[in-house]
Design a protein around this ligand. Sequence first.
Ligand SMILES: [Zn+2]
Ligand SMILES: [Zn+2]
Length: 357
Amino acid sequence: MDGFPLSITEALCLGSSLALSGICYYLYRKSRTTVDKLDDAPHLIIDGNLKNILKVTPGACLQYAVIEGAVRPVGEPLTSHFQKEIVGVLQKFMLREHRLLWNSLSRTWMDSERVLHERVNAVPFVLVGSDETAVKVLCPLQASGVYMEMTHEKFHQVNYGLGDIVGQFLSGEKLKGQLEIEEMLKVGASLTGVGELIMDRDGSLNLRPPSNGSQYFLSITDFETLRGDQESNAVWWKVLATGFALAGVVVLLWVGRRYYRHLKIRSEREKERREFERLQAEALRARLAGTAPEALQDSADVQIENACVICLSQPRNCILLDCGHVCCCHNCYQALPQRRCPICRQNIRRVVPLYHV
Ligand SMILES: [Zn+2]
Ligand SMILES: [Zn+2]
């Protein structure tokens, strides 16, 4: 696209929409693969038969399987800090600070959040089925999915005095308060696990993160809900990828339209220049046929006196119509950014060569 300027905004819009579309498409493919793997994973019931299934499986290992069972601690369970009757096997405690920050651009107070403290406690646990068969869950914190329940949530609001309010307006920062959250995976909760199922030499069963790169899931919802969430993620990424790709196409069409118009103007100007040169040559031939050499000399002098108002170096050699001004040379006329007379700003409809007789 010789000489065709692609504006920075267009280049940025095109680049970012294509890049975002690519990222969203990659995430869509990833979510889609996860859903396909979930669909292919066998659903196994935790009972005495599970060991028999694993015994006949090569390596006593199923790379991706779905199991459901009730959570039971291997040793002493953890107790909630806030409700002593709640016991669990995983516990997450978080303290978040909420502030309002003055945004001088939008002239409003904006919410801002900061984690002050976060602590995770875990004890080993198993999933038990209908009989006493148990599957130990390894590395539960590496799993995706919702497997904790909120057991405590409290917002500690800050009370202000007059001095604090003055200070806040001076510093542009207001402390709203602190949010205290405790989440737990409770003992007895029904948990769906999707991962690698393996039987150790001693006959104990374990669920662990898959070694083939598949996603490890633990969820207190049932399998269908877990799969549905993954499916809707995939749909969202697909919608976003398509949206960004369409935005890229729109930018491309816009640039294409501009390029087409640029080419059209260029070819029109070329045509105009050739027509002008033809008329000029015709006029010169007529002059040579009808005038004496001295007269030609005179007219050349007149032309140099009447230099083009734009470049000041070429003689004025064209008449701009309809206004009729003779003010520039044809090269300068062609270089005008808009087809308007540089003297009176009237639209130029046609241009004809000027010749003296
Ligand atoms: Zn000129
Ligand atoms: Zn004019």
